[in-house]
Design a protein around this ligand. Sequence first.
Ligand code: C2E
Ligand code: MG
Ligand code: MG
Length: 267
Amino acid sequence: MNAKLFDAAERATGIRQAVDRAIEQDTVQIYLQPLYGTKEHRIIGAEVLARLHDEQLGFIPPDVFIRTAEHSGTITQLGEQIFAKACRFAARNDLQSLGIKWLNVNLSPIQCRDNQMAEGLCRIAARYGVPIQTFKFEITESTLVYELRLRQNMEKLLAEGAILSLDDFGTGYSNLMRINKFPFGDVKLDMSFVRTYFNEANPLLPAMVKSFQASGIKTTAEGIETKDMVEALTGLGCDILQGYYFSRPLPEQDFLAYMQNQPQSFQ
Ligand code: C2E
Ligand code: MG
Ligand code: MG
C-alpha cells in the first residue's frame, strides 16, 4: 500500500473508532437550525443536525460520520441516540410557546431499511412522553429505492401523525413520478439547486415550487444566505426558508436564546 492510501485507510479506521466511542458513550450532540415561515414571518421550526466532537480527532463533519456509521452497521443505534436527544429537547422545553411547530429529524437511507425503524422511533418518543407529531422526518430520494420497507416504516410514522419531508431535492436524478407515490408533506430544495437559480435565473425552480404547491406539498428552500434570496424565494411561494441568513445550526441553549430574542432578528 502506498503512503497516501495508508493514511486514508488509517484515517477511516480512526473515524470508525471515534463513531464507535461516541455510540458507546452516547456523546453525539444535537444542534438546531431555525426554519423561517414565509407566511408567518417568524421561526416556526428547526432542523436537528448531529455533531460529533471526538477527543482525539476533534470535529468530524456529520456527512462523514453518518456515512461511517452506515458502512459499519451502527447507523440505527446512532440514529436512535440522535432521535432520543431530539425527544429530550422537546420534552424539556415548551416548543409551542417558543412558536416551534415541529422539529425536523434526518433519517439515513440505510436506517430506513430496518423494518423495526418506525417502532423504534415511536418507542423512544413515548419514553420521553413526546407525541410523534412533533417531528418531520427528512429522507433523501435515494431512500425511495427501498420501497417496500420504507413504505411500511413511513406508513407507521404517518399513521402516528408525523410528517414526511423529502430532503436534498434537485441534487440527484429527481424523479417526480417516484416522488409522487409517497405522501410527502414537504419538499426541501437543496442549496445547490437554489444557488443555480440565483446564478442564472431559469424557469425550473419556480415551476417546481408551483407544481408542489398544486399538489398541496410545502416547499422549503435551503442555503438562504442573503436578504435578496429571502425576498425572491418568498415571492416565488416557498413556505419555509433555512440558511445562515437566519442562523447557523446552534447548540440547544443557544437555540433557545435565539428563539427568545427572535423578533429583533429580522428587523
Ligand atoms: P442536510 O440534512 O441537507 O442539512 C443541511 C446542511 O446544510 C447542514 O449541514 C447545514 O449546516 C447546512 N446549511 C444550512 N444552511 C446553510 C447555508 O446557508 N449555507 C451553507 N453553506 N450551508 C448551510 P451539516 O450540519 O454539515 O449536515 C450535512 C448533512 O449531514 C445533512 O444535510 C444530512 O444529510 C447529514 N446529517 C446531519 N445530521 C444528521 C442526522 O442526525 N442524521 C442523519 N441521517 N444525517 C444527518
Ligand atoms: Mg436535512
Ligand atoms: Mg438538505
